[in-house]
Design a protein around this ligand. Structure first.
Ligand code: KIV
Ligand code: ZN
Length: 390
């Protein structure tokens, strides 16, 4: 039998429109959600979690419409552990070519206290709700929320119950970003090894970034046997956000030598969707954000610029075009050197001899001391001619 863990392919489950949109202030309009869903589908995301249908009429409508228009992706909606939520979810996702119901309940001691259920009562509820979901849909994902703070014995017990009740994917959420890479890998490995039936379902990882370890924890979970990563564009999500799609995808691509798993994502579509998600959510991307930040492919220091001009691999581990960016950005500032200035002026259409360059370089350094960044127009003015390179 081929077990899900035997495959090298990691399924990318994007939850920008559910967990991402849940972050305070990130609400998107109906049209914006459809646009983002279209871009996710087009870039090769395997599963789109399109919303939480019971949460509002708007969420229900968005999930239903996305289910109708998705070309390739599985469309998933979220529901709590009750029949009403699950039925409403199914009403929305059933329009999809490939629908999935996702249902969850908090299993840690803290989260069990919220509905005030005993361990046995919660176990029964999990069995009933997952069975109900499975009677509606062949593709059912179950999540024990706050799994990483749930007692091992109880976690193993409820995962077994969910599998027996028909769950096809078991998602292990690190809801509060509490786990660490070694623990993340061990937890998945142990669940697969010890829970009866675990080798027949796909294990998934869902990490939050409270300690800045979401990407590392997700990749560690894959090393432990998980074959689905839940993530969002730009790491959008509650508090410090979720695992960033662009980070796990590029990490798997760039370090395939030590992480031999693949995704179906067309990475050249990353930059465009990052910009669109930032625009519609109103959440700016931090300048030094890995992969998609404004400075991720920018170089200012003279040594780095010189190295880049000689061979981009000196200071870049991925090519800008691999993430959909036209080119590396040599930022002209006070740390820039003569070689970069010469290259930049050449790009702008000004070829000059050493003496002229020496003079321009002195004036450029004076200006750079006064300005954070020296723009193309500043350089053109410095050379003392109008911008008409050709
Ligand atoms: O963080 C979390 O636990 C979740 C679940 C609903 C999967 O988002
Ligand atoms: Zn979450």
């Amino acid at each position: 039998m081929t077990r899900p863990t035997d495959t090298d392919r990691v399924v990318i489950f994007d939850t920008t429109l559910r967990d991402g949109e849940q972050s305070p202030g990130a609400t998107m309009s109906h049209e914006e959600k459809l646009e983002i869903a279209g871009l996710l589908d087009d870039m090769g995301v395997d599963i789109i979690e399109a919303g939480f249908p019971i949460a509002s009429e708007g969420d229900f409508r968005a999930v239903s419409e996305i289910a109708k228009i998705a070309k390739n992706a599985v469309i998933c909606g979220l529901s709590r552990a009750n029949f009403k939520d699950i039925d409403r979810n199914w009403e929305a996702v059933r329009h999809a070519k490939q629908p999935r119901i996702h249902t969850f309940i908090g299993t840690s001691p803290l989260h069990r206290a919220i509905p005030n259920l005993t361990q046995d009562e919660m176990a029964d509820l999990i069995h009933e709700t997952v069975s109900h979901a499975r009677n509606l849909c062949d593709n059912v994902q179950w999540s024990p929320m706050d799994a990483t703070r749930t007692e091992w014995d109880y976690l193993a017990r409820v995962v077994e119950i969910a599998i027996k009740a028909g769950a096809t994917t078991i998602n292990i959420p690190d809801t509060v970003g509490y786990t660490a890479p070694v623990e993340s890998a061990d937890l998945i490995r142990r669940l697969i090894a010890e829970v009866p039936g675990a080798d027949e379902v796909v294990f998934s990882t869902h990490c939050h970034n409270d300690l800045g370890m979401a990407t590392a924890n997700s990749l560690a979970a894959v090393a432990g046997g998980a074959r689905q990563i839940e993530c969002t564009i730009n790491g959008l999500g509650e508090r410090a956000g979720n695992t960033a799609l662009e980070e796990v995808v590029m990490a798997l691509k760039v370090r395939h030598d030590i992480m031999p798993w693949t995704t179906g994502i067309d990475s050249t579509k990353i930059m465009n969707i990052s910009r669109r998600v930032s625009a519609v959510s109103g959440f700016p991307v931090q300048y030094n954000k890995a992969v998609v930040g404004k400075n991720a492919f920018a170089h200012e220091s003279g040594i780095h610029q010189d190295g880049m001009l000689k061979n981009p691999q000196n200071f870049e581990i991925m090519r800008p075009e691999d993430v959909g960016l036209a080119d590396t950005n040599l930022v002209m500032g006070k740390h820039s050197g003569r070689a970069a200035l010469r290259a930049k002026l050449k790009d702008l259409g000004f070829e000059m001899g050493d003496n002229q360059l020496k003079d321009v370089f002195v004036r450029f350094k004076e200006l750079a001391d006064r300005k954070k960044e020296v723009y193309d127009d500043d350089l053109i003015a410095l050379v003392g001619v109008t911008a008409d390179p050709e």
